[in-house]
Write a protein that binds this ligand. Structure first.
Ligand SMILES: Nc1ncnc2c1ncn2[C@@H]1O[C@H](COP(=O)(O)OP(=O)(O)OP(=O)(O)O)[C@@H](O)[C@H]1O
Ligand SMILES: [Mg+2]
Length: 582
């Protein structure tokens, strides 16, 4: 998606993330405006120096201005001050010091405001994205998503500080400059105004292109980050298949796309800058030509002309900077669109009032349930089954039959395509998924461990558990002895995704994590697939004790696990049937 429109609504949307720091931003902007207005007085000093201090001329106009303001009685005092070189120099120094100090303060406040905004924005975005349904994460690679949540936020922060303040202050400078120019020479000012729109035409033409190219550049950047992340996490596969060169080639393709886009962006930026400079030179030449004629006609003084030229220089610089900033703003705006897109994606629970019963007894009823991931092929076809509270069932069936899908539906990771699931008599569509998942413990087929200590990985099951409980859970899962053998015991770091442990150890740690949670409903997806007989036997004993009074679904191919089942189901070709013990 490529958006190229600028909307104030979007700026307001993101400005909200500044929260309590919003006023800091406003003060910074105000300070910027005041500083600019004061700074715009500085070039007037050349007129005062030439006309009043050196030539002692041009006081007639001053007298006129003062009397039009009914301040005639101050004329002698003002005249004496304006003729004095000391006064002029002191005024210049004071003005420079004041604007300098205010400039520093403005910068400080802006950065504070920006940091606040970035912090809130990134945190809210992360929280928002975590609430997306599982299906979103299944189709969006994590490296790509990471880049969108971090790179785009980085790019957006410049929007609020550098670019917005720049644009506002440059606009103020242009306005106050025009007022002063107009008082110096209305005719020259009108001439200037006729040429100025050229800047806006340049901004308009280049702005849209740069924004769309920036969108693509961000997209390529996200894809590059995805490629990198994929290659690093699959490094074992890469090494064993000796595809290092292939991976480098794959990345080089992505990098080339990225570089090409960046070159295009650079060229667009440079061309727009070049054209703005050309307009600036044209303007200066035009004003000098017209100004010289005005002096020769006696319409303006030399002091007026010198001050006018100085202003023209500043103003054209401001106009160039304005059109340039407008162009530089485009990447931030592209990032803003991309972030907005993520914010607009609906979380799995919208405002609809969902039900949260006080307890979960653990009755699970599947009624004529059909489920399809893609809306075409039904993975589960007409499932009818009642799992009573406190019952342990074992679910068997060939690979790809839909066993994991079956339990994912109980966790409300996906909603049924047709038919219903009732938990304790409540339709799962009406139940709050966070409440439901809090009451269901899952040991999934793909074990995930964080790059942290064993202790913290187990405690992830229940963050408030104490050391005794963690060790007890590890004992029940039959991993306690292994852990004690490690030199650093429970403080052993498990490496990324737990890869410095054996798969059997990982499986038992994830089991301990769920035992620690101790919920009324338990789901085990192939819990013993990586365990040897001895460990499996020990685990079976723990399970027997733990499963008392709970509803448990165990997915397993191991016939040895069938003994713990009250009933055994077989899932094949999307159909579920109860079988006697195999
Ligand atoms: N996120 C998904 N998107 C699309 N199709 C999926 C998705 N997850 C699984 N499937 C498909 O659904 C079918 C059932 O998958 P499921 O993971 O439930 O099988 P399983 O019985 O658990 O197999 P295994 O014993 O190998 O774990 C498979 O054909 C699979 O390709
Ligand atoms: Mg499975």
């Amino acid at each position: 998606m490529k958006e190229t429109r600028f909307r104030l609504r979007d700026i307001k949307f993101f400005f909200r993330f500044a929260g309590s720091a919003g006023w800091i931003g406003l003060v910074a902007i105000l300070l910027g405006i005041v500083t600019t207005m004061l700074a715009s007085l500085l070039p007037l000093s050349t007129k005062i120096l030439i006309d009043f201090v050196i030539m002692k001329k041009g006081f007639v106009r001053l007298k006129e201005i003062l009397s039009s303001l009914s301040l005639e009685q101050y004329y002698p005092a003002v005249k004496t001050q304006l003729e004095s070189l000391t006064f002029l120099l002191t005024a210049i120094v004071v003005l420079a010091l004041v604007t300098g100090t205010m400039g520093i303060l403005q910068r400080y406040l802006s950065v504070r405001f920006q940091q606040h905004l970035t912090y809130n924005l990134q945190l809210s975005l992360f929280e928002h994205v975590l609430r997306f349904p599982l299906s979103f994460f299944r189709k969006t690679p994590s490296g790509y998503l990471t880049s969108r949540v971090s790179d785009d936020v980085d790019a957006l922060q410049h929007l609020f500080l550098d670019n917005m303040v720049q644009i506002l202050t440059k606009l103020v400078y242009l306005c106050s400059g025009f007022v002063i120019l107009f008082s110096l020479s209305p005719r020259l000012t009108l001439l200037l105004i006729t040429v100025l729109p050229l800047y806006f035409i340049i901004s308009y033409i280049f702005g849209a292109r740069i924004r769309s190219a920036s969108w693509q550049e961000r997209e390529f950047r996200a894809e590059t980050s995805q490629s990198l992340q994929e290659a690093f996490s699959a490094v074992e596969l890469v090494k064993s298949s000796v595809t290092e060169k292939g991976e480098v080639k794959r990345l080089s393709g992505k990098l080339k796309d990225l570089l090409r886009k960046r070159m295009q962006l650079m060229l667009l930026g440079q061309s727009s800058q070049y054209l703005s400079k050309a307009v600036q030179i044209f303007l200066t030449v035009l004003i000098i030509w017209a100004g010289a004629h005005e002096i020769m006609k006696g319409a303006i003084t030399i002091g007026d002309f010198v001050a006018f030229s100085t202003y023209i220089l500043y103003l054209t610089q401001s106009a160039t900077a304005l059109s340039y900033t407008h162009i530089m703003l485009q990447p931030s705006l592209a990032s803003m669109d991309r972030l907005k897109e993520l914010f607009m994606y609906l979380p799995e629970v919208t405002d609809k009032k969902l039900y949260m019963p006080s307890v979960l007894r653990g009755e699970i009823l599947f009624k004529d349930l059909y489920f399809s991931y893609d809306g075409e092929v039904d993975v589960l076809k007409g499932i009818n089954c009642l799992i009573r509270p406190g019952e342990t069932i074992v679910l068997a069936g060939p690979s790809g039959a839909g066993k994991t899908t079956f339990v994912n539906l109980v966790l409300r990771f996906y909603l049924p395509s047709r038919g219903d699931i009732f938990i304790d008599g409540h339709n799962i569509r009406d139940l709050d998924p966070y409440w439901l998942r809090k009451h269901i413990g899952l040991v999934s087929q793909e074990v995930f461990l964080f790059n942290d200590t064993i202790y913290n990985n187990i405690r992830y099951g229940r963050m408030d558990a104490d050391e005794r409980e963690v060790i007890e859970a590890a004992r029940l899962a039959g991993i306690d002895e292994d852990i004690k053998m490690f030199p650093r015991g429970y403080n052993t770091l498990v490496g990324e995704r737990g890869l410095s442990l054996s798969s059997g150890q990982r499986q038992r740690i994830s089991m301990a994590r769920t035992f620690l949670r101790n919920p009324p409903v338990l789901i085990f997806d192939e819990p013993t697939s990586a365990l040897d007989e001895k460990n499996e036997r020990r685990l079976k004993e723990s399970m027997r004790r733990l499963f008392l009074g709970r509803t448990v679904i165990v997915i397993s191919h191991r016939s040895s696990l069938l003994e713990i089942a009250d009933r055994v189901f077989q899932l094949q070709d999307g159909l579920l049937k109860e079988v006697s013990r195999v």
